[in-house]
Design a protein around this ligand. Structure first.
Ligand code: ATP
Ligand code: MG
Length: 561
């Protein structure tokens, strides 16, 4: 990969290293909540967190922020690990916020004893009403000055399961007039008894809130650079404050923030993606239209293409929106180098070469012209072929360079030069067969093969070609920014985001008629370029009976006006 300039966080890390901070130790973490599959926004954070550790000989741990059993599941824990490994990153350790539930609980007790936390019995609405506004101070809860003993007893009751969900919370007692709203007695703990936790089962009835869990977890683990997205800038003073209350050393983790990734014509929120999946508006988390890592994988994006894209967009401190076209451009550039080129005919019409007498001939063709080192295959050639209907015109015209009776010479890709002589039609006037003659001296790869024609057309041999299902994907949403629209995002889906059709592919692709191999829980990607049609990847739905391809990207950006 070409060397790029340092991003602003790398600059900070280099400065810290020069100044000998943390004895030269670099430790980051990637902290997903296991409540959904990873999306390409997460990949931006992953490339940052793991990238910093790799670049500066540090370590990046994977930490599951599993503090809300209502939404979390092991299915997500597993998929997150698979996706990170598939992207090519290696974590140091795997931790869970739930590893620290006891430590955090003990810390909460300490806060209560030091008069820094109290049990509030108000409803969520009452608490919200008292918060004030950024310019007006809030009002203290009537429970704010409870004696320590009572707070200890009630917090214990919350944990014992003696209090109903939502009836009490533990709040930090900080400052109801602080201009930073996050300091106005933030909630530290809530009660959740409705769902068992995927790791701790029924052991806990109280669960720490993000603000009380995240910074502490960073501190317990020895994180040096805690990198997240810009919406956490306003949380940072509280992050520091909580740690300052109990830290018993000079060491402090520091939080840094960069801009979230947003991409046009899609949504970048697990909550919304879950809705699409649950309501059957897409085929699953790995639907090739989804911006999830597994969706992009099934669509045919390689890890390298995704990482190159993240590298291209870079990291800043201002929110913005990235054009989906850039992501598609990146995958085209990636596949251009390596995807084998093959013939696939989408609207077939039969071509009969009337002067061809051969039998059992094969033409040999490199998968990528001029690159024999990238492999080649043999294509059976015969008197009867299928070509694209659009490659023949009965009338022809001055600027139609393909087949037309009495018209120009046209080369069959990697084979012979032919000239159309006529066609048959059915009673509706629809062309059923095209006739042509070939020049036996013009075979590609022979001396006559260098003769130039104005155009080359694709073909497959009738008896050996294979029928395949082609799933043609397009952008998921019809509007550029579904999240900023006043209509419900589910009404904004692009009705043409999937077209299922069939095509005839050359016999070399018979080898894909089987189950795709799976490695580390992830299916392999077998990429192709269907000449003139786009980049395609074998779908895991393929088996001995059927062959299914997903269109990864068209050859050109069809949306560019
Ligand atoms: P979502 O809103 O989709 O649920 P999240 O931020 O709640 O996302 P987490 O699992 O908490 O998801 O995120 C783990 C890490 O990934 C966090 O550090 C978060 O900042 C980062 N992250 C999430 N979404 C994006 C994004 N769109 N761009 C960059 N980083 C992101
Ligand atoms: Mg989150």
């Amino acid at each position: 990969m070409e060397e790029r300039s340092l991003n602003f966080i790398e600059q900070i890390v280099e400065k810290d290293l020069q100044e000998g901070k943390n004895d030269g130790r670099i430790q980051t973490r990637f902290p997903p909540e296991p409540n959904g599959y990873l999306h390409i926004g997460h990949v931006k954070a992953i490339c940052m967190d793991f990238g910093i550790a790799e670049r500066y000989n540090g370590v990046c741990n994977l930490r599951f922020d599993d503090t809300n059993p209502v939404k979390e599941d092991v299915e997500y824990v597993d998929s997150i690990q698979q996706d990170i490994a598939w992207l090519g990153f290696r974590w140091g350790n795997i931790y869970y916020a739930s590893d620290y539930f006891q430590q955090l609980y003990d810390l909460a007790i300490r806060f209560i004893k030091e008069g820094k936390a109290y049990v509030d019995e108000q409803t969520a609405e009452q608490i919200a009403e008292q918060k004030g506004t950024p310019t007006e101070p809030g009002t203290g809860s009537p429970y704010r000055n409870r004696p320590v003993e009572e707070n200890l007893r009630l917090f214990q009751a919350m944990q014992n399961g003696d209090v109903e969900d939502g009836k009490m919370v533990l709040r930090a007692k900080i400052d109801m007039a602080n201009p930073n709203m996050h300091f106005r007695d933030p909630i530290m703990y809530r009660i959740i008894t409705t769902h068992p936790h995927h790791r701790t089962g029924r052991r806990w009835n109280v669960y720490p809130m993000y603000d009380f869990a995240h910074g502490q977890s960073d501190y317990f683990e020895g994180v040096t650079h805690s990198i997240c997205t810009l919406e956490f800038v306003v949380h940072r003073p509280l992050y520091d404050w909580f740690i300052d209350q109990f830290a018993d050393s000079e060491y402090r983790p520091h939080q840094y923030e960069f801009n979230r990734l947003n991409i046009t014509y899609t949504v970048m929120s697990k909550r919304k993606m879950l809705q699409l999946v649950k309501e059957g508006l897409v085929a699953g988390w790995d639907d090739p239209r989804m911006p999830t890592v597994c969706g992009l994988r099934r669509r045919g994006y390689s890890p390298q293409a995704i990482r190159t894209f993240i590298d291209k967009i870079g990291y800043t401190k201002v929110e913005g929106m990235i054009d989906l076209g850039l992501l598609e451009h990146t995958v085209r550039e990636d596949l251009k180098e390596t995807a084998p080129r093959v013939c696939a005919i989408f609207e077939p019409v039969k071509l009969v070469i009337t002067n061809y007498e051969g039998d059992g001939e094969v033409v040999s063709a490199d998968y990528i012209d001029g690159h024999p080192e990238l492999g080649s295959r043999e294509m059976p050639f015969a008197r009867e072929l299928y070509i694209e209907r659009g490659d023949f015109q009965e009338e022809g015209s001055k600027d139609f360079y393909r087949l037309s009776p009495g018209g120009r010479e046209v080369r069959l890709k990697s084979a012979y030069i032919i000239q159309a002589t006529g066609c048959d039609k059915d009673t509706d006037g629809r062309i059923t067969t095209v006739y042509a003659t070939y020049d036996p001296t013009s075979k590609s790869g022979t001396e006559g093969g260098s003769r130039k024609t104005k155009s080359t057309i694709n073909w497959v041999e009738c008896r050996s070609c294979v029928e395949a299902e082609a799933r043609l994907y397009d952008r998921l949403f019809a509007v550029e920014n579904p999240s900023a629209d006043e209509r419900d995002f589910r009404e904004l889906l692009n009705p043409d985001s999937l077209k299922v059709t069939t095509c005839l592919v050359e016999s070399a692709l018979k080898k894909e008629k089987k189950r795709l191999p799976v490695q580390n829980g992830v299916h392999e990607q077998h990429h192709y370029q269907f000449l003139k049609h786009g980049y395609f990847v074998v779908d895991p739905d393929s088996n001995d009976d059927k062959l299914v391809f997903n269109r990864t990207a068209s050859l050109k950006d069809n949306w560019q006006k």
